[in-house]
Design a binder for this molecule. Sequence first.
Ligand code: AMP
Length: 679
Amino acid sequence: MLLLRRVCFLLPSPSPRAPLAKPLPLLLRLPRTLPSAARALASMAAPAAPAGGTAAMSRDAFRAAVTNTLERRLFFVPSFKIYGGVAGLYDYGPPGCAVKANVLAFWRQHFVLEEGMLEVDCPCVTPEVVLKASGHVDKFTDLMVKDEKTGNCYRADHLLKDFCKDKLEKDQTLSPEQAEEYNKILAILDDLSAEQLGAKIKEYGIVAPDTKNPLSDPYPFNLMFQTSIGPSGLSPGYMRPETAQGIFVNFKDLYYYNGNKLPFAAAQIGQAFRNEISPRQGLLRVREFTLAEIEHFVDPEDKSHPKFGDVSDLEFLMFPREDQMAGRSATRLKLGNAVSEGTVNNETLGYFIGRVYLFLTQLGIDKDRLRFRQHLPNEMAHYAADCWDAEIECSYGWIECVGIADRSAYDLRAHSDKSGEKLEAHEKFAEPREVEKLVITPSKKELGLAFKGNQRMVLEALEAMGETEALDMKAKLESKGEVEFKVCTLGKDVTIKKSMVSINIEKKKEHQRKFTPSVIEPSFGIGRIIYCLFEHCFFQRPGKAEDEQLNVFGFPPLVAPIKCTVFPLVKLEKFEVVAKKISKALTAAGISHIIDMTGNTIGKRYARTDELGVPLAITVDNTTSVTVRDRDSKDQIRVEVDEVASVVKEVMDGQSTWADIMWRYPTHTASAAEDEAEP
Ligand code: AMP
């Protein structure tokens, strides 16, 4: 959820603190046996000596190779392309849709099913009152600057970031002090106010990148798409910028559905809309995207988690705010220690950090290019107890892909206040408890005489006083007999006399405690995760021709868009019959596959499906047995026709690995005809 703060995004790469002398070479390994997805640009930060068959590539060249393959194979393409496209809008094509569906299916399995969450599905069109209460109408903004002559718009923090990165990467004359200053700015960019950003833009003489014209001062731009609901135009609304509000406004019903018990979590997957000032970086900053959000409601007095022990031994890269401010790098921490030492605010927040780590790494995100970065003080909303972003490193740098925030009771309180509906939970006591309670009793008669038509506003303001304010008023009324009191709804102070209100602390027996739950919110940007996954899974290997590089997406079976291909080796009817039989068995086993009867060389067909990331290929070269080829190692085994669908299923379901299967079946040596060829 983005609220009351700017969108936090892209940290400088590879570390915001280390000056980047020049783009780092990227190592594309040529694996025989590839460990899951952690291959491709295995080490952007550790340029080891190239081994045989290893090609070094710049970040830009690597990105170009990935996006070219993605667009050519229709993973995703710019929307409305035949009309020139619209910045920040993309279509997923068939393999992209399949990857997305797999990621979402695993999300449902890993979170909704495994944690017993309540899934909901709410509308994208949202009435203004909801987003007014949540704070989005007033504060869902980014700071924008305008080209003073052309009116072109830019995100102020992006310009400052690009300037600092450029200086660090390209300016050979930079002194150590200047480098330190630019690195410091990059580290605290999300912390800067409009005034501070404006001052730095002026100090560095930053101008409009396209025209070199001067820029305006930064000012807030609301990112929501406005609309109106119904034909009258009288009912303003917005396209939701997040899915969370749909869950908050349903809290009362969901709590009841859950048997009036806490903790519980609700989840929602859906489209979110943000009118980004300058969409860029492909799928990473778009104007419409899929969010998957969890709102875990918990007693603010007990944020322990019964399953924390399941994740407490996990160790991964964490980047606490003190380390960021001091210019240190992220370090590997044990999650249990991070919580017990107070680095992470509470167990439930820690539990979700651990679960997010497992989710991302099981999808195929490289654990060495995943870190959890804590929000800086100003980056975090004032009401939030603690926030961490799961950031994934790709060719664009470190990208925020999942936000995990303890938002305290802010959202439910905001909607309670605006709607008048009490969004509370209660805890029944085993034994009644004696408690001291503040009781404020306004005198309607006296208030009516004194304030006439404004009586209700004054009365409500008195009743809404917090304990400190009320006790302060009591003391003043007792010593002076009257007190000045600000009534916000009237926009002025009124004089309250002793006869108008009685304020007492009374002892009461209570059978239950009522409270507003805190909410812990993991919020997943599905498109960003998918793009990073594409990069982490991509690698190249030499083809037959000299200098030829073949592209491979080494997706784990879980996310692979198509699990298997079936090819007759040559165009013969008897092989086609077998291929169709195997296809039928694969369909019955629920394995997505393609059957290719084109008669192209088998090498060409392998190369094409490698580009789609298909893990296994069945080649029909016989009527009783067939070969099965592993995409990553290119090893082949021979399996009986009647057995092959269940063998593929075993590997795709994760019951066996390719290595396990290799032990059980005879290996098959590829003929020259089966060698890789250009796609
Ligand atoms: P936020 O509410 O800003 O914390 O965003 C929640 C998640 O949505 C982030 O962690 C990102 O993964 C994703 N996200 C935010 N803005 C965009 C965008 N413009 N394009 C794609 N994903 C986004």
